[in-house]
Ligand binder design. Structure first.
Ligand code: NAD
Length: 387
């Protein structure tokens, strides 16, 4: 507990309306920016606002709007070529985790000789082949979920192998994260909820990870409280700025803590569901998180009790087992409250595929930080519960 390393180098500029400061914040990075984003940002008007600020600041830019959810290595290689062809000097990532992760991949692939797939963890060259001089990234999240704006990782879909793989390097920490909660107002309610649960899960999984440390623990607990405050206020009023602010801050804190302590089984399972069936990351997480808490509870009961208290469960009135049950029920209640009722069978998953999905999840890198050893039959049982 009192013997650890903590590293979080991204400058965070947080607050409603902070996007307006982008002109001053990007002075150091060159004259030509590459905006990495998806088509939705144009549709909802956020890209136009960014373009206006860049024009005011006299910044030249090109737009790569080819990002898709759970970005593939092919999209990233395409973006990298676009960056090279246009001599871009730095990247502005505008969007959810998919856009920010794409920006990280493009930053590496556009400055290295080989395709991005070769630089992934377990790739032909691997992360040790990533050099320091990549394009600096300014990240502007428009979801409140992944915290990718402050992490040294990007999740990249390897379509050929139906899996989501990791790009990991301290060089891909964004230089600046502009976290402006006003940019999340246009999120559809279901994405607001699923991404909030992703952030909640990150805070929880980092807290129960064997790699958690004194600082990450403080931030995890605060993130859980912020997300609790935000998520139910959103139910009443999606335009509630205080709720949006709580969720954005909770998500950024959750990104900081996973950078220190990693994630666990819920993430490993969701990665597999996303790569094989296109189930969005946050939705996959929200389906399995309650059952992962049950699965791990024998090993880290005391840690989950802290989480339960942070979530507002009156722990003094309950026995230990009742506290865990109450936490599991609270986590299940989030989807119910927002009328999100996903089942794996709705995504064309066949029952006889569950064992193979469990096998893929058990061998996923995120499992390494899970407090409970991955057991094939028990992970399959988690999947069966959401089938
Ligand atoms: P996303 O970026 O895939 O976006 C989901 C959808 O929401 C998209 O259709 C997008 O266009 C839309 N959207 C985003 N912002 C919007 C807004 N303000 N208004 C309207 N629509 C908006 O979703 P995400 O959950 O933020 O990111 C998921 C990806 O991030 C996954 O690939 C996941 O594996 C990865 N991830 C990365 C890290 C990391 O540290 N790098 C951590 C966790 C997850």
């Amino acid at each position: 507990m009192f013997n650890f390393e903590y590293f979080s180098p991204t400058k965070i500029v947080f607050g409603a309306g902070k996007l307006a400061e982008i002109g001053q914040l990007i002075n150091d990075y060159g004259n030509r920016a590459l905006i990495v984003t998806d088509k939705t940002m144009l549709k909802v008007g956020i890209l136009t606002v960014l373009e206006e600020y860049l024009a005011e600041a006299g910044i030249d830019y090109k737009i790569f709007s080819g990002v898709e959810p759970d970005p593939s290595s092919e999209i990233i290689d395409k973006g990298a070529k676009f960056a090279q062809d246009n001599n871009c000097e730095f990247i502005i990532a505008l969007g959810g985790g998919s856009s920010i992760d794409s920006a990280k991949g493009i930053s590496v692939a556009s400055t290295h000789p080989d395709k991005i797939i070769d630089y992934l963890v377990d790739g032909k060259i691997g992360v040790s082949g990533i050099k320091k001089d990549i394009l600096p990234i300014v990240a502007i999240p428009t979801t409140a979920g992944t915290g990718s704006e402050v992490t040294p990782a990007a999740v990249i879909t390897d379509k050929g192998n139906y899996t989501k793989r990791i790009l990991f390097s301290h060089y891909i920490f964004p230089e600046v994260a502009i976290v402006d909660p006003e940019l999340t107002f246009t999120l559809p309610k279901n994405i607001t909820v699923n991404t909030a649960v992703d952030a909640l899960c990150q805070a929880i999984e980092a807290y129960v990870s064997p790699k958690s440390n004194f600082i990450s623990d403080l931030l995890s607990i605060r993130a859980v409280k912020l997300i609790k405050e935000g998520i139910y206020d959103i139910y009443e009023d999606e335009g509630n700025l205080k709720a949006r602010t709580n969720l954005s801050l909770g998500a950024t804190l959750s990104g900081i803590v996973i950078s220190q302590a990693g994630v666990g089984a819920a993430h490993a399972i969701s990665m597999v569901l996303g790569a094989k069936y296109g189930i969005s990351h946050g939705l996959g997480i929200s389906m399995v998180l309650p059952y992962v808490v049950e699965y791990n509870s024998m090993i880290v009961e005391d840690r989950y009790i802290d989480i339960a208290e942070a979530w507002g469960i009156k722990i003094k009135e309950l026995a230990e087992e009742e506290i865990i049950n109450a936490l599991v029920e609270e986590l299940k209640a989030i989807n119910k409250k927002f009328n999100i009722k996903p089942k794996l069978r709705d995504f064309n998953v066949e029952k006889d595929e569950l064992l193979e999905l469990a096998r893929l999840a058990c061998s996923h890198g995120d499992m390494e930080n899970n407090p409970q050893e991955p057991e094939l039959e028990k992970v399959k049982a988690i999947l069966a519960k959401v089938f």
